[in-house]
Design a protein around this ligand. Sequence first.
Ligand SMILES: [Zn+2]
Length: 199
Amino acid sequence: MTKAEIFTLPARRGRACRLGKGQAIKIINTHGHQVVDTWAFSAEDLHEFMSMEHMRPTIGTIFPTKGHHLQTNRRRSILFFEEDTSPGIHDTLLAACDDYRYGLLGCTEYHDNCTDNLYAGMRQIGLTPPEVPSPLNLWMNIPVAKDGKTGWGEPLSKAGDYVVLRAQMDCIIAMSACPQDILPINKGKPVEAHYQIVS
Ligand SMILES: [Zn+2]
């Protein structure tokens, strides 16, 4: 068996790739403390995409993990969450960061952000997303208290933790190594991650 090529998701940047139905992507938290915003779009129609708000009622939790089908805005399974070596804390509540967000956090100059990384990653393979869906924020630790209050945690994953997401239809996967360096979600130090296409 040939070993699948390992691609780098550079720190603070975005990448996208195509997955045929039945193929899977292994996304690796190489250093253990990096959040990876992840999107999936139907290859047939980019207006159909993985949607956190459509998925949550189907899986019955705000924490998708191994064994869950991740749904589109047309309520079809686009990815199957096949493996998760981390404690299974991923965020589905928060929008991707964008330049406006960093403005609110006090930045007076442009700050790298996941929204622009989605566009840049998709552009590299000749595509433009029709909108910026709320991403599956892999390893992002947003604690939710009983009273509904949310917080900002550091990832609970360790170096080398990975997830495997298997395509249930031909799709495009886009990822952003979140450049958030003001809040503690990446332990204040955004770094690279890696991914492989596995069969
Ligand atoms: Zn981000």
